[in-house]
Structure formats: C-alpha cells, structure tokens
Design a protein around this ligand. Structure first.
Ligand SMILES: CC(C)(COP(=O)(O)OP(=O)(O)OC[C@H]1O[C@@H](n2cnc3c(N)ncnc32)[C@H](O)[C@@H]1OP(=O)(O)O)[C@@H](O)C(=O)NCCC(=O)NCCS
Length: 196
C-alpha cells in the first residue's frame, strides 16, 4: 500500500514537472527562461540565455541541469534530464542539438534488447568556450573539453579533449586549435557598455 502511494506520488510529481516544462516554453525572453529555471532547481549562472528548448524526462525536476555564466542554448535543442548535464561558461549550443544522458531500448516495457543494451545513465559534461554546431547529437557519458568547436550535424559519442575542432558521424578530431587568451578585459568593458 505504502509502495503504491509512493509510486503514484512520483507519477503526479513527474506530471507536474512536465506541465511546468511546457509553461517554460512560453517564457518569451531567453533571460527570463534561464532565471525561471534557476528558481525551479537548475543551477543557471548569470547572463545565460536559453531559447525555446525542450527539457525531456524531468523525472527529478530540473536539478540535473547546470549552466555556467554567459552561455547560450539555441532554439529547438533537446536536453534529456534523466542524467546530469553540465555546461561551462561562454559556451554556445547552436539550435537543434540533442543532449541525451541515457540509453535504454525499453527497460520499462520489458524489451528483450535490454540484455544486450542495458539501461545506462551518465553525465554529459561540456566545457567552457565551446561552440557546438547546429543539429549535433551528444550521447551519454561524453565529456567535452574547453575551447572545442564541434561542426554542425555531428554525432559525438566519445569524449573530446581541450582545444580541438571535431566533426562528423561519429565526430573525430580534425584539427588542434590554438591556445587562445581569454579576452576578459575587452569582453567585460564591452559588456559593461552594453548593459548601461
Ligand atoms: C566546423 C566549422 C566551424 C568549420 O568551419 P571552417 O573551418 O570554415 O571549415 P570549411 O568550411 O573551410 O571546411 C573545411 C573542411 O571541413 C569540412 N567540414 C566543415 N564542417 C563540417 C561539418 N560540420 N561536418 C562535416 N564536414 C565538415 C568541409 O567539408 C571541408 O572539407 P574539405 O577540406 O574536404 O573540403 C563549420 O563548418 C561549422 O560546422 N560551423 C557551425 C555552424 C553552425 O552550426 N551555425 C549555427 C549557428 S551558430
């Protein structure tokens, strides 16, 4: 009986998160959406812009999402919140990307494929100063370093080190990028001006 009440409570809670997630898409302003997510349990730092995205599987609400300051997530991106998604600062996720933190052929429905491909949940971690090209798919367990560029339409199924350009399906490192100095001073001056 207690177990049944627990299961029903979880279902109701999940249902509420799903409704809130839908309402979030109505937030007209990307800054406002970021702030609202922060209040709802995600860790979203200052100056983050989140366009109209889809947060799927918010079973635990939004607490699995953390985004550091000055990052951007483009329209139509799908983020799977079963596992953790950590995004660094100054990072841009272009429109139409997919960040999938779990793989499961259907364990809830008794899929026989689970004996070969068991359910797996792992964190996706994306560094700072990363540019993820439009339509890229990033799979569970992938860690992407800092100062990485991923070409549009890539499938990232393996981790990538710092300072590289990678693209393709699957994404492969095609070039090492120069170690760039962070343009902190200029950037801050410009930003201070634009915020006046
Ligand atoms: C990865 C990227 C930055 C590379 O730009 P670039 O250095 O100017 O690259 P080039 O266009 O000169 O292409 C160089 C080579 O890489 C290949 N290439 C470039 N991007 C590729 C991609 N996404 N997938 C596969 N191959 C790609 C080109 O075909 C070319 O190959 P070749 O030398 O055999 O002809 C760019 O192609 C890209 O994908 N940008 C993302 C754009 C985007 O998502 N915009 C959304 C809004 S921000």
């Amino acid at each position: 009986m207690v177990e049944r009440i627990k299961v029903n409570f979880r279902k109701v809670q999940h249902g509420l998160w799903l409704i809130i997630e839908k309402l979030l898409r109505w937030c007209v302003h990307p800054w406002l959406r970021a702030r609202a997510l922060n209040v709802l349990g995600a860790r979203i730092a200052a100056h983050v812009r989140i366009d109209e995205i889809m947060l799927v599987n918010p079973v635990l609400g939004f607490k699995n999402l953390s985004i550091d300051h000055d990052s951007y997530i483009g329209t139509g991106t799908i983020i799977d919140l079963i596992g953790k998604v950590e995004i660094g600062s100054h990072t841009s996720i272009s429109p139409g990307c997919m960040l999938m933190t779990h793989s499961d052929p259907g364990s809830q429905f008794g899929s026989g494929l689970c004996s070969v491909f068991p359910r797996r949940v792992s964190t996706i971690s994306i560094g700072s100063h990363v540019w993820v090209g439009a339509g890229t798919i990033i799979l569970a367990g992938v860690t992407i370093g800092d100062y990485v560029v991923i070409g549009a339409g890539s499938l990232v199924n393996r981790s990538l080190p710092d300072h590289v350009l990678a693209y393709g399906q699957p994404a492969r490192v095609v070039k090492r990028l120069p170690e760039l100095a962070v343009p902190t001073d200029k950037y801050c001056e410009k930003k201070a001006d634009s915020e006046l």
